[in-house]
Design a protein around this ligand. Structure first.
Ligand code: UDX
Length: 414
């Protein structure tokens, strides 16, 4: 078992710390935010991440997981130091590495294996390695929000970029058994961007196909069902929606485009992937206007505000992009989301879906929360001033909804 310091207690850092402790390692996790550290010491994780609070509780109980606001304390006794810091979008779309560099300047990391878990542009880990004597490893994460613990403990792959095979082996040994790729640092860094951008590209492709279906009489659900049967295409990430969002895809697509521009590589596929997504919220609003009539002063209800189901994360949520555009046109917005309790942007948040639907001229389903498929349709219809639902994710049961007298505007079918 190893001694690990984790710098940064966001969803990646905390998941990494708690899961490593669960696997038997001794972990000290640091975060600059003292209030967060105090909360974590009480096992309050401040996010909706299934299983994570239990692992934090377990780690605190066994003593294998401790929290500190001081990076030096996290590093002092560690054999491995994991950097799990945010790399937000900078001014020109590039990843902003200031948090990473600040830690590297201040913490004494000599003699430890430095593991870069943050998503960083190609060449970052090599650059760090040039300025230090101890080993530097790139070890990107592939954790989906809402499944982070599961993804960590049962990984589909572990990617380690290192220039020393024995160091790479030591990092791999920290993890459960899984298909592993050991490569150079730059390739490991690119695997992360390449994967997220590919998934985003699949989604933009499907969202454009859905638009084509609407105008040509085809049905996107059947079209993607047919595509899924081809193993080369893969079954996942073919569901249409209001656009992709969250803390990774928007940031990573822009960052890879910025890296490509910097390397003088024309990457029109990536640019089109982003452009298609940026137009998606406008398309949803056009459909709502068609369904509900002029939007100025019109009440519209929204079901789902987070960027996807199973999370409370509102960062770069396509639902909020739709909400902002609707509000710009004068719509008055109510919204319901199982994980959101306070008013968000222009949306007055209600406690139930029925409340969000009351007196609205259209209801718009924006997130695929399973409970939205099981609403009381007759009651919903009775409360709406015009019984129309725009389902941007095709998650509602068509027959039940239409039987209750509601007009259902689905996605990707005429
Ligand atoms: C993603 C990657 O999956 C993960 O590996 C990476 O490390 C972090 O980024 P996450 O952002 O949690 O994870 O969400 P994910 O489940 O991948 O969904 C991303 C976006 O695509 C969401 O907005 C989601 O609603 C959308 N999506 C996904 C669709 O619109 N249709 C689909 O079929 C799948």
């Amino acid at each position: 078992m190893s001694r690990i310091g984790v710098i940064g207690a966001g969803y990646v850092g905390l998941t990494t710390a708690a899961c490593f402790a669960h696997l038997g390692h001794r972990v000290v996790c640091a975060d600059v935010d003292e209030d967060r550290v105090a909360a974590l010491r009480r096992a309050e994780i401040g996010a909706h991440e299934p299983g994570l609070a239990d692992l934090v509780t377990e780690g605190l109980r066994t003593g294998r997981l401790t929290f500190t606001a001081d990076n030096d304390t996290a590093v002092a006794d560690a054999e491995f130091v994991y950097l799990c810091l945010p790399t937000p979008t900078g001014e020109n779309g590039e990843a902003d590495l200031s948090a990473v560099h600040a830690v590297l300047r201040e913490a004494d990391l000599d003699g430890r294996v430095l593991v870069v878990k943050s998503t960083v542009p190609i060449g970052t880990a090599d650059g760090i390695a040039r300025s230090r004597r101890s080993p530097v490893v790139s070890n990107p994460e592939f954790l989906r929000e809402g499944h982070a613990v599961d993804d960590f403990l049962r990984p589909q792959r572990i990617v380690v970029g290192a220039d020393d095979a024995s160091v790479a082996r030591r990092v791999l040994d920290l993890y459960p058994d899984a298909p592993a790729l050991v490569t150079d640092r730059a390739s490991a860094e690119l695997v992360k961007y390449a994967s997220n951008c590919f998934l985003a590209m699949k989604l933009s492709y499907v969202n454009s196909l859905a638009e084509l279906c609407e105008r040509s009489g085809a049905d996107i659900d059947d079209v993607t069902e047919g595509m899924r049967l081809d193993e080369r295409i893969g079954a996942a990430f073919l569901r249409p929606g209001p656009g992709w969002g969250g803390s990774c895809f928007p940031k990573d697509t822009r960052a890879l485009l910025s890296t490509s521009d910097g390397a003088h590589v024309d990457f029109p596929l990536l640019r089109a992937t982003i452009d298609t997504n940026e137009r998606q919220a406008r398309r949803v609003v056009d459909k709502v206007r068609q369904a509900a009539g002029p939007l100025d002063g019109t009440r519209i209800g929204l079901l789902g505000l987070t960027f996807k189901a199973g999370t409370d994360d509102l960062r770069d949520s396509p639902a909020l992009a739709v909400a902002d555009l609707l509000a710009d046109e004068g719509a008055v917005l109510t919204g319901y989301d199982p994980c959101v309790t306070t008013d968000t942007g222009p949306v007055h948040v209600t406690g139930t879906a029925l409340d969000a639907a009351r007196d609205v001229s259209a209801l718009v389903v924006l997130t695929e929360w399973p409970e939205f498929a099981e609403l009381d349709w007759p009651a919903l219809a009775a409360g709406m001033s015009r019984p129309v639902i725009v389902d941007t994710r095709n998650v509602l049961p068509v027959d039940k909804v239409t039987e209750s007298g509601i007009r259902l505007v689905a996605t990707g079918r005429a």
